[in-house]
Design a protein around this ligand. Structure first.
Ligand code: HEC
Length: 215
């Protein structure tokens, strides 16, 4: 049972990450999708900013999945929901600081109402929900939006009555009375990671300011 939970979660996390970066990338044509006439943010995005966004997403993913795995293995999904409810946003804050970005997860059907998207991210996903997108925002920050699709293994906590694991609906009702994040089936778009990478010029001048203060 313990082994199974662990395997299931691992599979969840791995397939999820693969889908975001391989599945969606191969399906779409990122070059073309960035410069279409309907693009709300037509500015050029550097490869460096994209790489930083993806590195931050990988870091968040790895910290979240590591912690979830630990709890699932020890105490199963019902307990994992409780731990997730206490720690998910804290973990995102730690990753934000470590990576020098802002980062979070969001959805059109939220479980945690605090996971509202930034305005730019909502513009992007309403425009092209299924594509990974990078946008140069008005203040030259780079915004990254990376879709998350549901695998069969996520359905123990996000699925229909038939696929939710026993005890999970009660736990969700207790901790997330306004939960909108069930009823999904495999392959559904669940939501997005969003990342804000500060403009290179802004971070360079921040560094200069620091140097001035020290001098
Ligand atoms: C152990 C149960 C559990 C499993 C398994 C699980 N989730 Fe969740 N999920 C949660 C909980 C609890 C939250 C709310 C976290 C919070 O409070 O920020 C959540 C939140 C999310 C969010 C953030 C948006 C929102 O609605 O608040 C996304 C996106 C998400 N899950 C995707 C997935 C995907 C994709 C998988 C499979 C790879 C998955 N989840 C597997 C319990 C689970």
């Amino acid at each position: 049972m313990m082994r199974q939970s662990r395997g299931v979660l691992l599979a969840c996390m791995l397939t999820c990450s693969t889908l975001v970066f391989v599945g969606c990338n191969t399906k779409s044509t990122p070059q073309a999708s960035q410069s279409g006439a309907d693009d709300p943010f037509p500015g050029v995005v550097s490869e460096d900013a994209k790489a930083r966004a993806i590195a931050a997403k990988d870091a968040l993913f790895s910290k979240l999945s590591g912690r979830l795995m630990e709890v699932m293995q020890a105490d199963g999904p019902v307990k994992a929901i409780e731990v997730c409810s206490k720690e998910a946003n804290e973990i995102a804050k730690v990753v934000s600081q470590e990576q020098g970005v802002r980062i979070g997860r969001t959805s059109l059907q939220l479980r945690n109402p605090k996971n509202q998207p930034p305005e730019w991210a909502e513009k992007l996903f309403r425009n092209k929900p299924h594509d990974p997108q990078f946008a140069r925002l008005d203040d030259d920050t780079v915004g990254a939006l990376l879709p998350i699709k549901l695998q069969a293994k996520c359905l123990m906590c996000h699925g229909t009555k038939e696929t939710l694991v026993p005890g999970v609906p009660e736990q969700l009702a207790k901790l997330y009375p306004d939960d909108e994040a069930t009823g999904y089936t495999e392959g559904n778009l669940r939501g997005w990671f969003w990342v804000e990478v500060p403009a290179a010029s802004a971070s360079a001048s921040d560094l200069l300011d620091d140097a001035d203060e020290k001098a």
